[in-house]
Design a protein around this ligand. Structure first.
Ligand SMILES: Nc1ncnc2c1ncn2[C@@H]1O[C@H](COP(=O)(O)OP(=O)(O)OP(=O)(O)O)[C@@H](O)[C@H]1O
Length: 310
């Protein structure tokens, strides 16, 4: 096991930030830690890295107990934290070289690693720039290069795409997949369900410091009743007509608010067709209609009764 977290409790005064959290990360995974703001993701990461003292529980990395002075373990970890942490007085190249030098002393070897990291995040042409001259997205890429240059076995990334433009975001996500394909185990925290769905091989869903669900995205979606959501916009529909819709096979919930109708189905293949037939039969006028598969937000909503999004 690469990471094993057992019954972790962390309090900030009266606030219970981690409530008996259990979490395992296996070799070769991209483990997504998904939860809304304040659910305890950063706290969990900081405890795993032994940057934060906790009240109760056990944490082991690479099957050994993690501690603030476990330097042999720390050497095997790369970290990309939420806030960009680079030196303004150093260039892009020098920053990566500095962070790499914390782990790799031999300069020829380090030169090779720094150049590889630069290529990896596609910052070669900016190697002589100072951080203040980089856009937000490029700065994030530099932050990542600093975390990965020494080729860690485990890479921990805490919301690395916050406030990043879509192009840099895609470059970052593709880079993470490439690193993983090269053998790096990754923990990736985010409150963006789309990102987690895109790259993570397994997901742990957190709420109020607790693990509330875990599995692949398919497994998580199979945990809930919702299998298809059909939305009809600009619709004017009466209560008796809604009652007609509620007769539809597989339909288990139907909400009508502000000229929008949302119908939730547990399964079936022709729900859209059957819904449209009923609306036509009832002579109901409507605008746009679309069908969606469940998202991780729906999983979160069904389990906790609230939205994952901000
Ligand atoms: N140093 C601190 N002192 C007091 N409370 C804190 C501290 N750090 C975090 N918290 C609180 O602990 C809870 C968990 O915060 P944490 O930052 O771990 O969540 P998160 O899921 O990473 O959220 P975000 O995505 O906003 O960073 C929140 O209620 C937060 O306000």
């Amino acid at each position: 096991m690469i990471v094993h977290v057992d019954n972790l409790v962390k309090r900030y005064g009266d606030l219970l930030a981690l409530d008996h959290l259990n979490m395992d990360v296996e070799k070769g995974e991209i483990l997504g830690l998904l939860g809304p703001n304040g659910s305890g993701k950063t706290t969990a990461i900081n405890c795993i890295l032994a940057l934060l003292q906790y009240d109760k529980g056990n944490i082991s990395l690479f099957d050994q107990p993690m501690a603030p002075d476990a330097y042999d373990l720390k050497r095997r970890i790369g970290v990309v934290l939420q806030n960009v942490a680079v030196f303004e007085e150093l260039t892009v190249y020098e920053n990566i070289d500095y962070f790499c030098s914390l782990y790799v002393k031999e300069s020829a070897k380090r030169k090779q690693l720094v150049e590889e990291a630069l290529r990896f995040v596609e910052l070669q042409e900016f190697s002589k720039y100072r951080p203040s001259k980089l856009s937000g997205g490029l700065l994030r890429r530099l932050n990542i290069a600093c975390g990965i240059a020494h080729k860690p076995d485990l890479l921990i990334m805490d919301e690395p795409t916050v406030a990043v433009d879509p192009q840099s975001r895609n470059a970052i996500l593709e880079g993470i997949k490439k690193l993983n394909a090269l053998g790096t185990t990754i923990i990736y925290t985010s409150h963006y369900m789309e990102e987690v769905e895109q790259i993570c091989t397994r997901i742990i869903v957190l709420d109020k410091g607790k693990q509330i669900a875990k599995g692949t995205k398919e497994q998580l979606k199979n945990m809930i009743a919702l299998k298809e959501k059909i939305t009809v916009e600009q619709i004017h529909i009466t209560a008796p007509q809604i009652a007609q819709l509620k007769q539809l096979e597989n339909l288990y919930e139907c909400n009508y608010q502000g000229e929008t109708l949302e119908a939730k189905f547990t399964g079936g293949n022709h729900n859209l067709l059957h819904l449209m037939e009923t609306l036509q039969r009832e002579a109901v006028a409507f605008g746009k209609v679309y069908s969606e598969k469940p998202t991780l937000n729906d999983v979160f909503l069904e389990i906790t009764g609230k939205e994952l999004r901000d």
